[in-house]
Design a protein around this ligand. Structure first.
Ligand code: ADP
Ligand code: MG
Length: 617
């Protein structure tokens, strides 16, 4: 048989290698920004087109490169930062492998212009798919300008794999934020499609946080500082009352590079224990300086995870330092009257009078008397043990046995929706109850209906929003006194993108410049004053979910809004309201499932009730 093994041509090998380093425009942005920082720049501009798909252009005023280096930097394993393996362990920064530019050059059209401070002219190089097309002298300011055009132009499979511009932009903003936070001494600007999204001036860490997340953050930060022989720790944590619903604002930097570390995250969380609700996430921006020989940076290919030699000590120090900072903060009187977010109590506590404990014991219960039944706890854990007293609902044992015998299948049958809606419309409101855990119970003579209230409300809102985007825009209540709302640049960028859809959903917002918006109208079912919370939560939900789930951004918007609206409106409902909610629910296209696809309606007919009873009360 003929020989069949052959070596891959260089450009193919490079493309394959590139896949590991450059997965999407955001990965190129990260590598380019970090190179500019490493080159000692104090001003770096990032210019994007079409979420970086068409253009990523980074201009810095750093050291620049010589003619030879400018050519060499695109070769694989070309780096000025390490010479021998040992260097990997003594680096003060991380992630140097001399692969980034080679990878980028393999999958894009690249234009580099660079000049050393002492050189009279600079050099311009054009590379396409690893092939150098032009190298010439050119006039250029000191520093480096690197433009990446049409990323993945020669790898269509990868290009098609990219997500929508919104999603890719968000990834870029996240990388930009990380690098900008790690280097507060450097001024960064960011333009996307000719719109300036950021201009963050050089300053201290606190100012950097405020210029990225919004000036209101100044009030929310508690400084953390600790200097030990193992680690030097500095940075900020968020005051407990500003803890968020999602992990949006959690940043660890080790030796000035962003890292992810669940173990350290746990240390911070542990320090917040009992200060914030269980489902809330503390914000933190923490910088750890360690001797580079005590960390291993090469554990993860995209270099955001690292390994500490002495992770237990780092954990203990971190937790203690955060705890101490929180303690110091809470004993000093807080003069912060301008609270934008209230402490996140569980909803029932916030919005309704206290309700009595919900487990009721039927003292009359007697297993040998036909009129009393219990739903066993293990079937419906959060529903109260429920004595059937309504005579219509009391089914006699004999009757149940008789009907069961007649049936061949005991599977749960679906009630025809029309019949169900008809029943709900006719049913007296006393039949509708809401348990403390948010389950709606409805007793029919021949069956019991259980509905997850929150899931139901979300489903109803979600389908309304979908309809609003399709054809019937939501009703807007115009505000008599339009309020202004200030957003962080990140939220403002997202808001800008979502504005047309938000209009259809009832939010009438007009930009006022500088990340500020004027609220002319809000959805009719939202109370005035809640719009900011709802929007902020919407953005968080949207940002956190849209890149993970394989769903359209439109659906994502409807989901996020439904969730944040329902979050705001959860309370104890009257029987009459519950009836309305269930009727609305069963008018939905997908009434039985939550937005996440969880079953939210459970019915038990006689066979099920009988099985519950027989399975041993
Ligand atoms: P690494 O950063 O791991 O060394 P890269 O492929 O990112 O590898 O870059 C290769 C080399 O190109 C760097 O080591 C550096 O010498 C040079 N370089 C890249 N970007 C710049 C820049 N903006 N300014 C000056 N030199 C740069
Ligand atoms: Mg690099």
């Amino acid at each position: 048989m003929a020989d069949i093994i052959h070596l891959l041509p260089d450009h193919v090998a490079n493309q394959i290698a590139a896949g590991e380093v450059i997965q999407r425009p955001a990965s190129a942005v990260k590598e380019m920004l970090e190179n500019s920082v490493d080159a000692g720049s104090d001003e770096i501009s990032l210019i994007l087109r079409d979420a970086g798909k068409t253009l990523i252009h980074v201009i810095d005023n750093g050291n620049g490169m010589s003619d030879t280096d400018a050519r060499l930097c695109f070769e694989r394993h070309a780096t000025s930062k390490i010479r021998k393996v040992d260097d990997l362990y003594s680096l003060h920064t991380m992630g140097f492998r001399g692969e980034a530019l080679a990878s980028i050059a393999a999958v894009a059209q690249v234009e580099l212009k660079t000049r050393l401070a002492q050189a009279e002219v600079g050099v311009r190089i054009l590379i396409e798919g690893s092939e150098c097309k032009v190298q010439e002298a050119c006039a250029s300011p000191k520093g480096t300008s690197l433009a990446i055009r049409n990323l993945f132009y020669n790898v269509p499979a990868r290009r098609n794999f990219l997500k929508s511009n919104q999603v890719e932009t968000r990834h870029i903003l996240e990388e930009f934020t990380r690098v900008a936070l790690a280097n507060p001494g450097v001024r960064f600007t960011l333009h996307h499609n000719d719109i300036q999204l950021f201009d963050v001036r050089s300053g201290n860490f606190r100012q950097r946080i405020a210029s990225i997340f919004g000036n209101q953050y100044n009030e929310r930060l508690v400084p953390v500082e600790e200097d030990t022989s193992i680690v030097k720790l500095e940075g900020f944590i968020g005051k407990p009352e500003f803890a968020r619903k999602n992990r949006g604002e959690q940043y660890f930097f080790v030796n000035n590079r962003f890292i992810k570390d669940n173990y350290l995250h746990h240390a911070v969380n542990a320090a917040y224990e009992s200060l914030i609700p269980k489902d809330a996430y503390p914000s933190y921006w923490l910088n750890l300086q360690l001797d580079p020989s005590t960390i291993d940076v090469n554990i993860h290919p995209t270099k955001t995870e690292i390994k500490f030699v002495d992770d237990k000590s780092v954990y203990a120090i971190l937790r203690a330092a955060v705890k101490r900072a929180l303690g110091r903060f809470s004993i000093s009187p807080s003069l912060d009257f301008d609270q934008e977010r209230s402490f996140d109590l569980p909803l029932e506590k916030l919005q309704s009078a206290p309700i009595a404990p919900t487990v009721r014991i039927n003292t009359e219960y007697n297993p040998f008397r036909p009129e009393t039944m219990h739903l066993p706890k293990q079937e419906v854990p959060s529903v109260r043990a429920w004595p059937v007293t309504d005579s219509r609902a009391a089914v006699s044992w004999n009757e149940l046995h008789r009907r069961l015998d007649e049936r061949t299948s005991v599977s749960q049958e679906e009630i025809a929706v029309d019949e169900l809606i008809h029943f709900l419309e006719e049913a007296p409101e006393e039949l509708f109850n809401q348990t403390g855990a948010g389950v709606v119970t409805v007793a029919r003579p021949d069956r019991v209906l259980l509905v997850d209230l929150k899931g139901a409300l979300e489903r109803i809102q979600f389908e309304r929003y979908e309809a609003a985007l399709d054809s019937k825009p939501m009703h807007t209540q115009q505000q008599l006194f339009p309020q202004r709302m200030q957003f962080s640049p990140l939220d403002a960028a997202l808001l800008e993108e979502l504005l047309p859809e938000l209009r259809k959903l009832g939010f009438d917002l007009a930009p006022f410049g500088d990340n500020e918006y004027v609220v002319h109208g809000i959805p009719a079912d939202l109370s005035s004053g809640q719009e900011k919370d709802v929007l902020q939560e919407l953005f968080e939900q949207y940002r956190n979910n849209s890149d993970r789930l394989q769903i359209s951004s439109r659906e994502q918007l409807c989901r996020s809004l439904a969730r944040s609206m329902v979050h705001k409106s959860m309370r104890q409902y009257s029987g009459k309201e519950l009836r309305r909610i269930l009727i609305d629910l069963f008018h939905c296209k997908n009434a039985r499932y939550s937005m996440q696809g969880k079953l939210i309606v459970k019915e038990a007919g006689e066979p099920e009730l009988l099985r519950w009873i027989q399975s041993g009360i």
